[in-house]
Ligand binder design. Structure first.
Ligand code: NAD
Ligand code: GLY
Length: 364
């Protein structure tokens, strides 16, 4: 088992990565305030993993309230959140109840927001079961739901007490979802860990073949990167750089997800196409070479990810991007690359270059 810590003073927590962790109630038990959990999952993940975890918890004397939501990004909304609150109230869950998220990023974001808000906040544990959630969404405390006008527009920062990432659960993950998670793994190489980018190029075939050791290493290295960034700028308030850098490709990508309708493109797919736009814009600004762009495109393609954006039209992209959470006083701040492995926040990209980038990246 690999173990690392997210250092946030009294809110620090461990991230455990390894096989067979999904039913390790003994690891969870010390993190519970009271022996009671609400176990939130969905109709796809619950039949695979919920019984094993619920039974293991019950054997240790923990009361388990299951909450099974419909599956999909289209359900990351108020209706699902209300379903969670309804069950919590109907079963008299109190402030000592821990909410445990068992699933991918959608379940983690929903359950985390429920934990942040139910009775003004209850303890929360993440048991992520997709590559994307194991390398990104389960770590760092961003929780929330989508609004029809914009991705993740309603939410809260609420850190988990523990992240338990079972790499064995990735064996049942569809290929398309594994690839989607790879977009966020590649992100860490691009924004701050060039040696990791090289490692990913050398090991992409083994990762896609689901070699457990390689996946364990990629998840650990991703979480080390994420934990360092979050520890330095938990609430994303740094004026330059900071946590916002984790959003490489996301401003363009969120526009694709919202513009196409939630669930049409997977989050990781939209991030991959959005990253190609950020990379292309960086080239137009003279910060990357054509060779750099080709290198990133080749890796995305080997990972099974789209490199061409959705054809929404540049004006629609700009309208959707104007809702981005990184907008300050109407000014769009983008995450761009000044060389591979070196991300920056940049507020002065000329509008015509952004338009040209979108047009080029949706046409290619
Ligand atoms: P997801 O949660 O929709 O899961 C993908 C699919 O895989 C779903 O159908 C799910 O039911 C299924 N699944 C999950 N685990 C499985 C398993 N082990 N075996 C078989 N099927 C399994 O998508 P995701 O990619 O995990 O997460 C995307 C979401 O995460 C987006 O909403 C995105 O906005 C959010 N996100 C949040 C953060 C954050 O910091 N909070 C960071 C990145 C992404
Ligand atoms: N996924 C971006 C962040 O956690 O900040």
């Amino acid at each position: 088992m690999r173990r690392l810590n997210l250092e946030l003073a009294e809110r620090s927590y461990p991230i455990l990565i390894g096989g067979g962790l999904v039913s390790r109630a003994d690891i969870i038990l010390p993190y519970l305030r009271n022996p009671r959990v609400a176990l939130v999952s969905n109709t796809t993940v619950a039949p695979l993993y919920m019984d094993a975890l619920a039974e293991a918890l019950e054997k240790l004397g923990v009361g388990v309230t299951p909450i099974i939501l419909p599956d999909g990004e289209a359900h990351k909304n108020w209706e699902s959140l209300n379903l969670i609150y309804d069950v919590l109230l109907a079963t008299r869950c109190d402030r000592g109840t821990t909410i445990v998220a068992l699933g991918g990023g959608v379940i983690g974001d929903l359950a985390g927001f429920a934990a942040a808000t139910y009775q003004r906040g209850v303890p929360f544990i993440q048991v992520p079961t997709t590559l994307l959630s194991q390398v990104d969404s389960s770590v760092g405390g961003k929780t929330g739901i989508n609004h029809p006008r914009g991705k993740n527009m309603v939410g809260a920062f609420w850190q988990p007490k523990l992240v338990l990432a079972d790499t064995d659960t990735l064996k049942t993950l569809p290929d398309r979802e594994l690839s989607a998670g790879m977009a966020e793994v590649i992100k860490y190489g691009l924004i701050r860990d060039l040696p990791f980018l090289g490692w990913l190029e050398a090991n992409m075939d083994g990762l896609l073949a689901r070699d457990g050791d390689l996946l364990g290493y990629a998840i650990e290295r991703s979480c080390v990167n994420k934990a360092e960034v979050v520890a330095a700028d938990e609430l994303e308030t740094a004026r330059e750089g900071g946590r916002a850098l984790l959003n490489l490709g996301h401003t363009f990508g969120h526009a694709i997800e919202t513009g196409m309708g939630y669930g049409e493109w997977l989050h990781g797919e939209a991030v991959a196409a959005g990253t190609m736009m950020a990379v292309e814009l960086s080239r137009r600004l003279g910060w990357l070479s054509a060779t750099d762009v080709a290198r990133v495109r080749a890796l995305m393609q080997r990972a099974g990810l789209p490199v061409k954006g959705a054809d929404l039209g540049a004006e629609r992209y700009l309208e959707l991007m104007s809702h981005d959470k990184k907008v300050v006083a109407g000014n769009l701040r983008l995450i761009l690359l000044k060389g591979l492995g070196n991300a920056v926040t940049f507020a002065d990209a000329p509008r015509e270059e952004i338009v040209a980038t979108i047009e080029a990246c949706c046409r290619e």
